[in-house]
Design a protein around this ligand. Sequence first.
Ligand code: ATP
Ligand code: MG
Length: 358
Amino acid sequence: LRESAKTLRIGVIGGDGVGPVVLQAAQRVLEAVPGIPKPSFVPLQAGFEHFQKTGTALPRETVDALKSECTAAMFGAVSSPSHKVAGYSSPIVALRKEMDLYANVRPVKSVEGHDPRVVDMTIVRENTECLYVKQETIEDTATGRVARATRQISERASTRIGRMAFEIALAAAEVKKQRGGSYGWTGAPTVTIVHKSNVLSVTDGLFRESVRAVAKEYPTVEVNEQIVDSLVYRLFREPEKLSTLVCPNLYGDIVSDGAAALVGSLGLVPSVNVGDSFIMGEPVHGSAPDIADRVPSIANPLASIRSAALMLEFMGYVEPAAKIYDAVDESIRQGKVTPDLGGKLSTEEVTEVVRKQL
Ligand code: ATP
Ligand code: MG
């Protein structure tokens, strides 16, 4: 438990669409969970709506408040306009950079006694480089236009994401040991390095080599590797055999959306952005503009509630987080859910069900 986590002052960036309403649900659950200091919340601005009102998507005050006052944060969603809007760029990408949140951690788990397949994996996605350095060029040539993108893989970023994956594999195995249940298919903590170094021997070669170098510090963790295409095949054929995956940015993006499809609605999958000194929970889904105006709200709050639990877990509050996961699972088993999962309840009613379980 980090010293700074002993007070819970949480920045809340609702953003656009359903973002604010699902984070409201997460706050109400954090207020109800036993075993943590009483949380306080700092409402903060960011997003496309904010950009339209003020001309800036991520105000300086938001970043300053996170850095000076907050011990962690929750992020809702921002809508990304499909056409390019001059002056607008995604505040979540900027925020990850500002706060040096270099890992995006996405656990994908099935609900015991509900889902027919056992899925229990964690995708650890590098968050700062790969094709996301967004250096693209296009030129006219004699045979037509040619576009190029730069893909950056650094030893530093690959090493630190590797270390994060090994730490997570160990921590997850420890939690499993205490709470029962098996972990992965070997019963021992395992990290699978996802790459394509048979084709991209220099970039993916460096990623693989850097993670393997870190592995030496973790003799009790088994290391596997898998070419990304055959990993996707396994993801659909035998997801129960996968545990902790560590991926360069783009593969991580693709693999985690695929994995989310194994366990139901987008409204269920949590994530956390992690750096060495800050943690920010964030549901994987977007602003859901098609349902954002519904009154009462029918947005599924469970992804955000699980993201709040994940945030707590990374701060060291393992038991309180587990209580929230159990309460969420129970509401799913009982069918007390929003319409995206076939239920009839509103956002607020589902939140109440989870709070009662706590
Ligand atoms: P954005 O640009 O913000 O990502 P989007 O149009 O891609 O917006 P998403 O939020 O990614 O929308 O959602 C995709 C689909 O999943 C939509 O039909 C949306 O209603 C649904 N969805 C997403 N999140 C939730 C949620 N929390 N509860 C219920 N349905 C959701
Ligand atoms: Mg989307």
